[in-house]
Design a protein around this ligand. Structure first.
Ligand code: IMP
Ligand code: MG
Length: 188
């Protein structure tokens, strides 16, 4: 498939993200103070950079696990039907659990995963999303902590992709399509 040419306009700098991650980690550490172990569950693949930075700022005993839910199938639209492609490796019954999502759009993904993990009787279950597009919501879920609320724009970088590209950008940028023949997206 050939990709329409696009450029990426920076929306949130790497520095702003780092500062916000520090604040979020402090809030999470306070909420889970005294835990014997916090199971941090990253939703693959978009949360991998966020979770890496977040756990390194977390002053708590931590276990990291991952879960993969189907979402966009390389498109820009949510499929609304959520399937679990890869489940957790560990048990979470009676544990403290934090679900880490990259971005909440319609909310179907986080809502589905939250229900699934809640059914396994964790001791305490909390959610965090780096980004939230509240105007796009089709379910009533809200993360317990949100990094940044953003407008209804398609974004990439800091782990987040467009058709598997641009995950390695150190900042969050918005995708802007350009007329054919204009400059191409940077390779990053
Ligand atoms: P939801 O189920 O509609 O809330 O979609 C959540 C998932 O869609 C996120 O985990 C992302 O993987 C993906 N997604 C939503 N918005 C964007 C975006 O702007 N850029 C890239 N992926 C997105
Ligand atoms: Mg995702």
């Amino acid at each position: 498939m050939t990709q329409r040419p696009y450029v990426i306009d920076q929306m949130i700098s790497a520095k702003s993200i780092a500062a916000r991650v520090e604040e979020l980690a402090a809030a999470i550490a306070a909420e889970f103070a005294g835990t014997d172990k916090l199971v941090v569950v990253g939703l693959l693949r978009g949360s991998f950079v966020f979770i890496a930075d977040l756990v390194r700022e977390l002053d708590l005993p931590v276990e990291v696990d991952f879960l993969e839910a189907s979402s966009y199938d390389n498109a820009m639209e949510s499929s609304r039907e959520v399937r679990i492609l890869k489940d957790l490796r560990g048990q979470i019954e009676g544990r403290d659990v934090l679900i880490v999502e990259d971005i909440i759009d319609t909310g179907y993904t986080l809502s589905h995963v939250r229900h699934l993990l809640a059914s396994r009787a964790p001791r305490k279950l909390r959610t965090i999303a780096l980004l939230d597009k509240p105007t796009r919501r089709e379910t009533d879920i809200r993360a317990d902590w949100t990094g940044f609320e953003i407008p209804d724009e398609f974004v990439v970088g800091y782990g987040i992709d467009f058709a598997q590209r641009n995950r390695n950008l150190p900042y969050i940028g918005k995708v802007r399509f350009t007329p054919d023949g204009d400059h191409l997206a940077p390779e990053a």
